[in-house]
Design a protein around this ligand. Structure first.
Ligand code: NAD
Length: 479
């Protein structure tokens, strides 16, 4: 059904934000509602000249911004959080329309994102005294890096922008922020709202295609790139950034394993484990993407997860009863559909789901498969969608070896009724975060990021914040 003209949002409804001004683009981006496949909004797209203006504005704003104290900058970040929370329903609806996730989760993305921003803006970054004796005092200071380019993906545009933005700003940097061309609107709106709080030039937001990301990564006046996205693009960012020796934080893809031990209670863990796999229709970097279940709990776990899948309503995210929305874009929908077809053709057993409905929208029902090989695509690749394999094991050592047998290393979890036993196994997972009896638990105070090819550096916590700063030694000889 065609979108009524009155509800179509035009380029004039959204703007690029450069130096505190709202600016039209050279070109436009069609924004598609993934639940209907209709273009429902037209966003402005920036050209190279806009990037030049934004970087110049960010550099001009830097001197005054870095001169503020941590506490002064924290106060403005908290004011911005209040503004976003006041508008979380309006912003959440916009996020659902462009991204597809259920409306409750869109609103929660603002609650979570602002809570993390506020948390980080409360972390003290003291001058460290490295050595003091009769002859000298050596201190370690942390200085802002300068202009930070932030590049975000389409799966959680608001929370991921807020995480990088608040870290960069709190530590005294100014910012040029670029969302994914699939989901530009919420971030453009966040850029407009930021002007109510931050001085001109401190937060600049530009939307455009992938070229803009490449231009940012090449730009000699951008000092750091904070990138969240796929492993393939992350490698390009790292290669391009090396030309100017930019600092980089790379938050990349994952293929998280969950190991369910023989003493786990399948009924008790099924709901948590189901949503760890399928929240946002599996489009979460740290979603569980493969389950290893001990043979003694395997049948019961499969059936408990199937019950969860059958109870989870799939539909338009604007419907408050929806638990799982569509895939965000056609490319991802086709990729997951192709992996599903290949999995079925290779003889997998489909426990539930597996049939793609003939309806508008990028919908794939929650699908659980078994009888798949470790080297099949559904096990070895990041599917980033609602199709999850369950694999059987006998020996936990074998499960751990298979869980670790990947180039990815974002996170993983162990599920057991014996937390100490779970912890012992979790400690041997080759990941940035290993959880026991939980998954996806993140906090402003805890570093998050990938081992192996899942990333470089960390976000959040004092470790993440230091990634936005240059350590500087001040060494004073005593008379
Ligand atoms: P993507 O790599 O295709 O795009 C991410 C961003 O990079 C977009 O803004 C895009 O326009 C931009 N971009 C594209 N080409 C570029 C280039 N050559 N130089 C600079 N920027 C460029 O990723 P996606 O498909 O949007 O997002 C999904 C991926 O993101 C998944 O792999 C997921 O696991 C990962 N992700 C990781 C985390 C994390 O914290 N580790 C969080 C969310 C998503």
């Amino acid at each position: 059904m065609a979108e009524p003209a009155a509800r179509m949002q035009h380029q004039r409804d959204f703007a690029l934000t450069i130096d505190g001004q709202f600016v039209a683009g050279d070109e436009t981006l069609d924004v598609i509602d993934p639940a209907t496949e209709e273009v429902f909004a037209i966003a402005p797209a920036a050209g190279r000249e806009h990037l030049e203006q934004a970087v110049a504005a960010a550099r001009r704003a830097l001197r005054a911004w870095r001169a503020l104290s941590f506490e002064e900058r924290a106060e403005l970040i908290r004011q911005y959080s209040v503004l976003l929370r006041e508008r979380k329903h309006e912003l959440g609806e916009l996020l659902t329309r462009e991204q597809g996730k259920p409306i409750g989760q869109s609103v929660a993305e603002f609650e979570r994102g602002t809570a993390q921003a506020d948390g980080m803006a409360g972390i003290e970054i003291p001058v460290e005294v490295l050595l003091e004796d009769d002859n000298r005092r050596i201190e370690l200071h942390y200085r802002p890096l300068g202009v930070v380019g932030i590049i975000t993906p389409w799966n959680a545009p608001a929370a991921l922008a807020l995480g990088s933005l608040s870290a960069a700003l709190y530590t005294g940097n100014t910012v040029v922020l670029k969302p994914s061309p699939y989901t530009p609107l919420t971030t453009l709106r966040m850029g407009e709202l930021a002007q109510q709080v931050f001085p001109p030039g401190v937060v600049n937001v530009l939307a455009a295609g992938n070229d803009l990301g490449q231009w940012m990564t090449e730009h000699p006046d951008i000092d750091k790139i904070s990138f969240t996205g796929s492993v393939a693009t992350g490698k390009k960012v790292l290669a391009t950034a090396s030309e100017t020796l930019k600092r980089v934080t790379l938050e990349l893809g994952g293929n998280d394993p969950a190991i369910v031990l023989d003493d786990a209670d399948p009924q008790a863990i099924a709901r948590s484990l189901f949503f760890a796999c399928f929240v946002n229709s599996g489009q979460v970097c740290m979603a569980v993407k493969r389950i290893y279940a001990h043979e003694s709990v395997y049948e019961e776990l499969c059936s408990a997860l199937v019950d969860e899948a059958n109870a989870a309503r799939v539909g338009n995210g604007l419907d408050p009863d929806t638990k799982l929305g569509p895939l965000q874009n056609r490319m991802q929908y086709e990729k997951v559909s192709e992996i599903l077809e290949e999995t079925k053709n290779n003889g997998a057993t489909v426990l539930t789901g597996g049939e793609i409905p003939d309806r508008p929208g990028y919908f794939i029902p929650p699908t659980l498969v078994t009888d798949v090989d470790d080297d099949s695509r559904i096990v070895s690749e990041e599917q980033f969608g609602p199709v999850v394999p369950i694999l059987k094991f006998t020996d936990p050592e074998d499960a751990l070896r298979r869980a670790n047998d990947t180039r990815y290393g974002l996170s993983g979890s162990v599920w057991t009724s014996d937390p100490a036993r779970g912890k012992a196994l979790a400690e041997r997972m080759e990941v940035g975060t290993a959880w026991v009896n939980q998954h996806r638990a993140v906090s402003a105070y805890v570093p998050f990021g990938g081992a192996k090819q899942s990333g470089l550096g960390r976000q959040y916590s004092i470790i993440g914040l230091k990634g936005y700063m240059e350590p500087k030694v001040v060494s004073v000889a005593k008379q």
